[in-house]
Structures are given as C-alpha cells and as structure tokens.
Design a protein around this ligand. Structure first.
Ligand code: TXA
Ligand code: MG
Length: 322
C-alpha cells in the first residue's frame, strides 16, 4: 500500500524523504505543476527503478530537478540565454534543455544517452528536499507511462496502489499542467512542450524567436510524439453539441455548446478563467473517466496564454492509441 505523508502535519517528512532517497529508492513529491516520481539522478539503480515503476520506455529521458542555479550549472552548460531564463523563471514551471556537461554526475540512463539534459528548479518543498539532499532528483510525472499526470497525492496513490511508495502530500498542484520545456539554442528557442510559461514570455526575456520542433526531427522531443495523457474513454474535442449520454468537460458559461444531452457535466472554470481550467483539467478528466464513460466530450477552449498548453494536452489525450 502506498503511504501518504501530509507535510503540513508530519514535521519530519524531510528526514523521511532523505532517508528513502539515500537508499536509492523513489518518493512521490509535490511540485507546482504535477506530482513527480523522484529518485537520485546520479544513481543508476534509482533511475532504473523510476523507469520500471512507470513502465516507461528507456529511450525517453527524464527531467533532472535541481535545488539551486549552481547545482544546475554543475550538470548543464549554462550560457547567457539559459542564465537569463533561469533567473527570470526559476523556481518555476520551466524546464531548460541545454548541453549536458560531460563531467556532470547525472546518470546516462536519466538522459537516455543524449548529449543534452533537461533541467528544472521546482517551487516549494521539492526544491527544499533537493537542496538538502544536495543532488539532483530525476522526476517524471508520478503516473504510469502514457496516463494522465497526477495533481493530488490521492491520484498518485491510485496509480501506485500496489507499491509501498511514500507520497508527500502538499495538497492540489497550483498549476496542474506539466512544465513548459524549451530547448536553448544560440539563436533561437525551441518550444518542446507548452506550459504555464508561454512562448511570448520566453521571447520577451531573451529577445529570441521561439520555434516549434521540426516535424521531421522527432528525437528533439522524444516523449512528445505518441498518444499521451490518455484516459480510458475516447475523447472528442471542440464539441459544440454534446451527444446523448456522453460525459462533458465544459468551459465557461455554456454559450459555445449545447449541453442538454450530456449525462454528466464537469466545468473546468465557470468563469472562463484559463488558469483555473488548467489546474482542474486532469482532476476532471480522471473523475469522468472513473465513471466509466465510453466518450468524453470537451468544449472549445481558447488557445491564448496557458490555453495553448491545455489544448496541447487535450489533443494528445484524444490522439489515436496504439
Ligand atoms: O512539470 C514537469 O515537468 C513534471 C514535474 C514532475 O516536474 N515532470 C514531467 O516529467 O512532466 P515527464 O518525464 O513526464 O516529462 C518530461 C519530458 C519528456 O517528454 C521527455 O521526453 C522530455 O521531457 N525530455 C527530457 N529530457 C529531454 C532532452 N534532453 N531533450 C528533449 N526532451 C527531453
Ligand atoms: Mg509525464
């Protein structure tokens, strides 16, 4: 049975977490984006455990989470642009892909043998744990591979019910969608995954163009190609008239969609607030999925701001499965 430790009630959560990590085992930890399944990024066995627990293909690299900018610099090459981005957005929901330092201690299994490394400094207790541990933590989202990311400790416990995973509970994640991932190049940025930090914010801080990955160069975003973030139900997007008996994920006041025939309606944000919608998305997807719908419909959601990331995750959830 997975074990939930409420960090507001158990003052020695830090000591417990450090103890598990030092043994080369994993913990689940809260971040501002989603819950992560974390292990010592310098320990090959710990990293192997993460891949195994998730059922994740080993060619899909992990993000190394750091507790300070100096820790990030020990493992990745930080030029002027990366420094600017880290200074502007860390700690926060931004992952930087930079050249991996050949003498850095992060295990090759974590980076799937790539010459680049993905680094992020999370906000809150996760950062404190990493700073205290004094080593980076590899942490993918704490869900089985290909499934919806967890935004509460209970979601994690459901994913890993049959394990003895220790789950640090810090309440629901504030942002609720995975970090923005950007690859830093000398003359441009490549947005590998949209998130709460938008491309216009990235462009404003660096004065560089923000491009999308080349369709032909799939390896630039190894985990981003297949169907992902998938519930069991079939998903249909941009629905303006909900079919009889379906589950409906609504957004806003309902002017965009005929909701009458839906069997069950959950609203991402009655007020039409995109940040609120992002924070609710995975929880609502999971809730409808648990009610056993064959079809989940989703109303149109604007693509401005974090709306781009919401639509990105929904498109993946609706993509044909293998
Ligand atoms: O918000 C987040 O980023 C969460 C929390 C726990 O920090 N983590 C997360 O990790 O979403 P994960 O493993 O679910 O997604 C990481 C993505 C994968 O799609 C992986 O392919 C990509 O980052 N990635 C990792 N290293 C990379 C690299 N060197 N180049 C390109 N993509 C990379
Ligand atoms: Mg994930």
């Amino acid at each position: 049975m997975a074990r939930i430790v409420d960090i507001s009630r158990e003052p020695d959560y830090m000591a417990q977490a450090l103890d598990v990590l030092a043994k080369g085992e994993c913990i689940a930890m809260p971040t501002e984006t989603v819950y992560g399944l974390a292990g010592d990024a310098t320990n090959g066995l710990a990293v192997a455990r993460i891949f195994e627990m998730k059922g994740r293909p080993r060619f899909n690299p992990l993000i190394a989470h750091v507790g300070s900018l100096s820790m990030a610099r020990r493992h990745g090459v930080f030029g002027e642009i990366a420094e600017k981005l880290a200074t502007a957005f860390w700690p926060g929901p931004l992952t930087l892909v930079v050249a991996k330092k050949p003498d850095g201690a992060i295990h090759d299994l974590a980076t799937a043998g790539l010459a680049t490394i993905a680094l992020r400094m999370p906000r809150g207790p996760a950062r404190e744990i990493i700073a205290e541990f004094d080593r980076p933590l590899a942490a993918p989202s704490a869900n089985r591979s290909g499934r919806v990311s967890p935004t509460t400790a209970r979601h994690v416990a459901e994913e890993f019910a049959d394990t003895d995973l220790m789950i640090l509970d810090n309440g629901p994640c504030r942002i609720g969608l995975e970090s923005t991932i950007v690859k830093v190049l000398p003359d441009s940025l490549v947005l590998l995954r949209p998130g709460a930090i938008t491309d216009s914010e990235l462009g404003a801080v660096t004065d560089l163009p923000v491009r999308r990955p080349d369709a032909m160069n799939g390896i630039e975003a190894p985990g981003m190609l297949a169907s992902h973030y998938a519930p069991n139900a079939k998903m249909r997007l941009n629905v303006t008239e909900c079919p009889q008996g379906a589950g409906l994920i609504a957004f806003g006041d309902g002017k965009e969609c005929e909701r009458q025939a839906a069997k069950d309606v959950v609203n991402l944000s009655d007020a039409g607030d995109l940040k609120e919608a992002a924070a609710n998305l995975y929880r609502h997807m999971k809730a409808l999925d648990a009610r056993g719908f064959d079809l989940i419909c989703v109303e149109p959601i604007p693509t401005t701001g974090i709306g781009a990331a919401i639509n990105d995750r929904l498109t993946r959830a609706a993509a044909p499965r293998e």
